[in-house]
Structures are given as structure tokens and as C-alpha cells.
Design a protein around this ligand. Structure first.
Ligand SMILES: Cc1ncc(COP(=O)(O)O)c(C=O)c1O
Ligand SMILES: [Zn+2]
Length: 440
């Protein structure tokens, strides 16, 4: 096999079919590493461009289109796919104006089959579970990972087991886990405690753990960068902005971008901006301390997907920041929800955590770190319908400690034509983003 597992700290190597999530020698995180050399000449932009629009597996997937960069040696018959990826890249002048930059692209990972980027990591994770002949796959989750795991486990004919917290799970995500037939454990614990429990129970019962500590997850999630860069005709933007929770995406993006650069598929590296919620910002604090003192936090934020106080991928995220000259920013729940309303109001929409990309870009632009003329690519990680309660709460102005700045208030009327006409004539048209409604 042209791939191995390798410790990011001590470089200890393990065969690719070892069931291991951290280094036995030093406890460090593991990378999946591929030997690109034998095929290097063929790994060209043309190879991947030629597969756009493919109708057959595996290249009809926006992950497996890049199979040589994701898991070159895997047998196609092991691949568990829902044709994930192939998500749109929107150029949004109105959102760009809000962020304070001239050019903003948003890559909408909420357009994946289960409504979040997790599907890109689950296709590779479940594929490896098949290679390893696993029967059961498990994860702890703030919601999206479990929805995705449940779907892909069902597709693969495996039992999914999901560890959920009993508070603040967005309803759309919970519904998916249940509906797709996973064993749903609601546990009286926050995400961080559930993560530790899932690791221990998986080891004890021989279940394959599919949180982003599993390096195969990150191999799939690299494809967000591959696809985005391909959509930009392989022209690197100045910035990639991404929300940070367990820091799987940030880590995957660093690795994927470096691989593209080293293979000559892009000619410069974009800078990575990782954006956390203020109430769940352990990486931000660590960054601010010059990476001298890492401390987990007790997480609290309306963006429940990133309500994570002790991310498992910290060391890989730091590496990604080093590789790309990256930065870390933190934004308040108010800034997250206002930015979300702006993304929603152009007809695109996202879940709260995703809006960190726009809120973070805006904050970094205001601080002069992102320049107005820079090209910025933000990642929207989840679909608007994942968390309808947050959206409705914002527009109904019922969210505690939050004052909606871009409210679209519901109007109420009796079933009476005169009343409705009077209401429509007197009500100001909701214009959350000002008058320029023709452009988005
Ligand atoms: C919608 C959404 N955005 C962001 C994140 C955070 O991603 P990561 O854990 O890779 O940092 C998650 C993770 O659950 C998510 O579901
Ligand atoms: Zn090690």
C-alpha cells in the first residue's frame, strides 16, 4: 500500500490497516501519509479537471475525484459514498461588503448529503471501517458528526453508535441520527466529556471511532480545499476562513493545502484564519499566549456545533497555522448570529457555527489583518435547516443576551383582506441588508 500512518510528534510509523488513533510511543496524533512519488507525473490539474461531471463512481464524488490524493491504494469496492462534496462556491458581493472586503467566496459545505462537511470525512472513515472489516462505528458529537455517521453507517450496513449530549443539540441533527437508525445515546455530559467516553467505550467494545481524531476523517475533509481550489481554476485566494471546534477541518485544510502546493497544483499557499466562538476559544487563547500555555475551557456558545472546550486536534491545527502563516480569531454570539442573518438574507443560509467564517473575516478586516483587496474564501460548514430554533429565535428576538441587527420580523393578521392590505401597506419591507437587493 502506498500509504502509512505516522505520528505527527515522533514520526513513529504504523501500517495503514492498524486500528490506532494515537501514537503508542508518545500519545501524539496520527497522520495518514501517502507516497505520491510513483504517480507524481500524472497528478495534474488536467487529471482532476477531466473528472468534473463524472457520472460513475468513484469520481462522481467530490471527495473521490481526488482519489490519488485521498487514499490512493484503496479498492474501489470498499468505498462507501453518497456522492458527497460537489458543493457550490458562491461569490457574494453583498456579504463581501458586510465583511469589508472586495472579493468573498463562500463554499457551502451545508450542501453535502446530510447537510454538513462531515460527509466528506465520513466517506473516507466508513471506507476505512470497511477495509478493517469493522461491524460497529461510533462517535461523540455536537450533532453533525452523528448525523453523518448514522447515514454512512446505514449505507455501509454497519451499526452506528452516537454519543450525544442531553442539552443544546440542534433538532435537525438529532432527527437525522434517530431516523438513519443509529443507536442514539443521550448522555448527561457536555461534548468534551462525551468525547472521552466515546474513546474509552470504543476501545473496550472494539467499535471503530470516527471522530476527527481518526486521521481518515481528515483525509476526506482535505477535499474541501481541493474542490474549492479547482473551482477557483487552481488560483489560490489570499485567505481561507474556517470555523474552529474540534479543529478537524483546520487541520485537514493545512495538510491538504500543503499537499497541493508540494505537488505543484497551486503556486502559493493561502493563509488560514481559524475562527472560534468567544465562549469556546481554547485555540484562540493559546494563540494569544504565543502557544505557551494551552488550557481547555468550559464551552458555552449559541453555535452548538463548535461548543467544544478541549479540541482533539490542537497540535495539528497549530501545525496548519505554521505552514500557512495563519491566524486565529474569536467572535461573539452576537457577531455570529448577525453574520448568519446576512448570509441567510442573500438566500444562501447556514447554521450558526458556519457564520463564524463571515463574522471572523469581518473582524479580521476591521483589524487590518485581512486587507480590503484580499481574496477571501470562507467555508460554510452546515445547512441552515440544521438549527431552525436558533434562526427563528433570532428573528423573533427571543435569544437571551442578543439584540438582532438584521431582523425579519413575522407579521400577524386575522384572515381579513382589509387588515392584510393595511398591514402590507404600512409595514416597512424587511431590508436587513439595505437597499441593494438586486445583487447578492
Ligand atoms: C457546522 C459545523 N461547523 C464547524 C464545526 C467545527 O469543525 P471542526 O471540529 O472540524 O473544527 C462543526 C463540528 O461539529 C460543525 O458541525
Ligand atoms: Zn509519537
Amino acid at each position: 500500500m502506498p500509504s502509512i500512518l505516522q505520528c505527527v510528534d515522533c514520526s513513529q510509523q504504523y501500517p495503514i490497516d492498524t486500528v490506532v488513533y494515537s501514537c503508542g510511543a508518545c500519545g501524539g496524533l496520527l497522520d495518514v501519509r501517502h507516497d505520491f512519488e510513483p504517480a507524481r507525473q500524472g497528478l495534474t490539474q488536467n487529471l482532476f479537471d477531466g473528472r468534473l461531471g463524472a457520472l460513475s463512481a468513484p469520481y462522481n464524488s467530490g471527495v473521490w475525484r481526488y482519489k490519488e490524493l485521498i487514499y490512493p491504494g484503496v479498492d474501489d469496492e470498499h468505498i462507501v459514498s453518497r456522492m458527497e462534496g460537489n458543493t457550490n462556491l458562491y461569490e457574494l458581493p453583498k456579504v463581501a461588503a458586510y465583511a469589508g472586503v472586495d472579493t468573498l467566496f463562500l463554499k457551502h459545505e451545508g450542501e453535502n448529503p446530510t447537510g454538513s462537511f462531515k460527509d466528506r470525512g465520513m466517506t473516507t472513515g466508513l471506507t476505512q471501517a470497511k477495509v478493517l472489516k469493522m461491524k460497529r462505528v461510533a462517535c461523540a458529537s455536537t450533532g453533525n458528526t452523528s448525523a453523518s455517521l448514522a447515514s454512512y453507517a446505514a449505507r455501509a450496513g454497519m451499526q452506528g453508535i452516537i454519543f450525544l449530549q442531553n442539552q443544546q443539540i440542534a433538532l435537525g441533527k438529532l432527527a437525522q441520527g434517530i431516523a438513519f437508525g443509529a443507536i442514539c445515546l443521550q448522555i448527561n455530559a457536555d461534548f468534551d466529556r462525551n468525547m472521552a467516553l466515546a474513546q474509552q467505550v470504543s476501545a473496550r467494545l472494539g467499535m471503530y471511532l470516527l471522530n476527527s481524531v481518526n486521521p481518515f476523517r481528515l483525509e476526506g475533509q482535505k477535499s474541501i480545499m481541493f474542490e474549492a481550489l479547482q473551482q477557483l481554476r487552481w488560483q489560490a485566494p489570499d485567505w481561507i476562513v474556517v470555523p474552529g471546534g474540534n479543529l478537524g477541518n483546520s487541520s485537514a485544510f493545512g495538510k491538504g493545502l500543503l499537499e497541493l502546493y508540494e505537488l505543484g497544483l497551486i503556486d502559493r499557499l493561502p493563509r488560514l484564519a481559524i475562527v472560534q466562538a468567544e465562549g469556546a476559544n481554547p485555540l484562540y487563547r493559546h494563540y494569544k499566549s504565543g502557544f505557551r500555555q494551552y488550557q481547555p475551557v468550559k464551552a458555552q456558545t449559541i453555535a452548538s456545533a463548535i461548543k467544544i472546550g478541549n479540541p482533539v486536534n490542537v497540535s495539528k491545527a497549530i501545525r496548519a497555522l505554521e505552514w500557512t502563516g495563519g491566524v486565529v480569531e474569536a467572535v461573539s454570539d452576537q457577531q455570529i448570529m448577525d453574520a448568519k442573518a446576512v448570509v441567510d438574507a442573500v438566500g444562501i443560509g447556514c447554521e450558526p457555527a458556519s457564520a463564524c467564517s463571515v463574522a471572523g473575516a469581518r473582524k479580521l478586516a476591521r483589524r487590518g489583518i485581512i486587507q480590503r483587496g484580499d481574496t477571501v474564501l470562507g467555508v460554510l460548514t452546515g445547512h441552515i435547516l440544521k438549527d431552525p430554533e436558533a434562526t427563528i429565535g433570532y428573528h423573533a428576538d427571543t435569544l437571551p443576551q442578543l439584540k438582532p441587527q438584521h431582523r425579519n420580523e413575522m407579521l400577524q393578521a386575522e384572515a381579513d383582506i382589509e387588515e392584510i392590505v393595511a398591514l402590507l401597506e404600512s409595514a416597512p419591507a424587511p431590508a436587513p441588508l439595505g437597499a441593494a437587493r438586486s445583487q447578492n
